[in-house]
Design a protein around this ligand. Structure first.
Ligand SMILES: [Fe+2]
Length: 262
């Protein structure tokens, strides 16, 4: 599967994204290469991401299997959730002072931020309440930003080193996407000034999606866009308020959750 194919799944015109400066050409090529090695198609049933994904390098020597017990988990974390988070972050760029390079890096990170969750084989984790989590469950959650970054780092290496477009900034954003500005996030309990701009943007878009779309997935009613924005403000100690404002400035029609971009 080429990244371009994934964008088709997302109803995104990839050439347009490069033209519009959402991706730099090297970043786009890197994503293309990355998705080429996701052989989701090999085990996919018609039109869906399957339960077994294989990551294979160009030489075909390294094979890493990622097994998701539930195809819903893989589908959610590869296709639907990152797609919406990338859309929301992209829409937020219009209300933030941000360079073309940053746009590209942040959009790549938004599309890949939870990739390691596809390896979680315990669907129960998604149905449990937090109070029922075991130590092992908690460790998985706390480690997923670091493990997602490590996985992308590993998969974007070629014989000469990193693929063009696979920047340290992208790895950093992915690793920091659950950090809170008040130091209560994970995995490193970073504070405001220590957190990458892209991680702050994704933190807000990610939470917003969890409230407006993820709840249905967890068999809870979704919040409305207004309720979700109110919830972000109610927890403003965690989030950079500038990022909440940027999301709030996005027209509601462009951020209506799962019905909009499933
Ligand atoms: Fe995450």
């Amino acid at each position: 599967m080429l990244f371009a194919d994934l964008l088709v799944l997302y109803n995104i015109n990839s050439a347009e994204l490069v033209d519009m400066g959402v991706f730099t050409r090297p970043a786009f090529e890197m994503l293309n290469k990355f998705y080429k090695v996701i052989v989701g198609a090999s085990s996919a049933r018609e039109g869906t991401i399957g339960t077994k994904l294989e990551f294979i390098d160009d030489a075909g020597t390294h094979v890493k299997r990622i097994i998701a017990q539930s195809e819903n988990v893989a589908y959610y974390y590869i296709v639907t959730h990152p797609k919406r988070v990338a859309f929301y972050t992209y829409a937020m760029f219009n209300h933030l002072n941000i360079t073309a390079k940053e746009r590209s890096e942040i959009t790549v990170a938004a599309l890949l931020h939870d990739i390691e969750k596809t390896s979680w084989n315990n669907l129960l984790l998604y149905e449990k309440s937090y109070t029922d989590f075991t130590e092992e469950d908690k460790r998985r959650i706390y480690d997923h930003p670091t493990n997602s970054a490590a996985l992308i780092r590993e998969l974007t290496k070629d014989k000469k080193g990193k693929l063009p477009g696979a920047s340290e900034e992208i790895f950093k954003i992915i690793e920091q996407h659950h950090e809170n500005i008040d130091g209560t996030g994970y995995p490193h309990k970073l504070r405001n000034g220590q957190i990458a701009l892209g991680a702050k943007i994704i933190r807000v878009a990610d939470s917003y999606d969890a409230m407006t779309a993820d709840r249905q997935y967890r068999k809870q009613p979704n919040m409305t866009p207004e309720e979700a924005i109110a919830d972000l403000y109610a927890n403003v100690s965690r989030y950079d308020p500038q990022m909440i404002k940027a999301l709030e400035a996005v027209p509601v029609a462009d951020r209506v959750g799962i019905a909009h971009i499933a």
